[in-house]
Design a protein around this ligand. Sequence first.
Ligand SMILES: Nc1ncnc2c1ncn2[C@@H]1O[C@H](COP(=O)(O)OP(=O)(O)OP(=O)(O)O)[C@@H](O)[C@H]1O
Ligand code: SF4
Ligand SMILES: [Mg+2]
Length: 358
Amino acid sequence: MNTRIQAATRQIEGPLLKVTDLCTHFRTERGLVRSVDGVSFSLDRGKALGIVGESGSGKTVLSRSIMGLLPGRNTERSGSVVFEGEEIVDLSLRDRRKIWGREMSMIFQDPMTSLNPVMRVGKQISEGLSIHLGMDKQNARETALKLLYDVRIPEPEKRLDQYAFELSGGMRQRVMIAIALACGPTVLFADEPTTALDVTVQAQILELIGEQRRDRNMSVILVTHDLGVVAGHTDEIAVMYGGKLVEKAPTRTLFANMKMPYTEALLRSIPNIEDASHTRLKVIPGRPPDLVNPPKGCRFSPRCEYVQPKCIAEEPPLLTAEHVDHVYACWYPVGSPVYREKRAQLDRQGAGVPVGAV
Ligand SMILES: Nc1ncnc2c1ncn2[C@@H]1O[C@H](COP(=O)(O)OP(=O)(O)OP(=O)(O)O)[C@@H](O)[C@H]1O
Ligand code: SF4
Ligand SMILES: [Mg+2]
């Protein structure tokens, strides 16, 4: 990989990460599963991007595809991933391994299955330090301890010699973060890092990731199905639906002025803190699209309350909103005359609230 000076020079010239028309398809007996279908975005150093979408929308495949962490056989990948000015989409496994951990690392959803059950926590953290940074045993152990302090695990010395099963869910996730941070990555992917945790620990873990991002000037890609999770922890949000990026905007702009009816539905599916605890989780009615045979026009059209004939016939391109950093793929965005007319009609029929609030 390149020297830090080269990287810094390149950084001045462009974004840290630039993904262009990335496709990741899987050959299956049923046909080609288009899990990621022409996704483009860029990310600057030190920034946090949220990738949001329902289950199956392609968030994990997109993150893994950017890192080059995909099963080889039956996978077709095309497009471009430029990282620190260098095309990495066609790197050999040997060169990709040099990037993993040192340049890009990932916190996985379930720490219990990602941590090694028969290896002590300290060893799991120090292993990467020895392999990637060539640290000797003593130095790696001291650095592992410092990392456990950094991730604010209680009694860090004691944890070094414990196994994953001896730790709580929150502590295990902190260990995962320590492992991911060990070699000082430039980009950290956090794939649903808090779903298995209770609300208080969730907030602490998100705070921790944010704090480490600021301290290390690291970029973060935070993957979640919950718009509420990314609201206070990202600079920008990319919304995925059926393998496509359908809206992207700075976080504040998105919340103040979302354009996609799908984004609106996602927002309304966030549980309200005032709801009684027995209230049913709000879901978007209908099923996500079949990624082998997606709908011809807008992929959200079979589920969209505002659907018009044009939506079914023609796929909407990514359009730019009033704010230049805001793009969306919808023929009749939230607030447009057609949207307003349809909304009024639905209200008259007693639909009452937009689709996500059902
Ligand atoms: N190896 C594979 N072979 C075939 N299809 C796959 C493979 N991996 C993922 N998929 C399909 O790709 C689609 C996107 O999957 P992905 O795991 O990225 O979704 P996701 O948005 O991360 O969902 P979740 O929120 O449930 O984690 C899904 O329909 C999934 O079944
Ligand atoms: S293009 Fe049409 S179907 Fe798709 S989200 Fe917009 S209004 Fe709904
Ligand atoms: Mg996923």
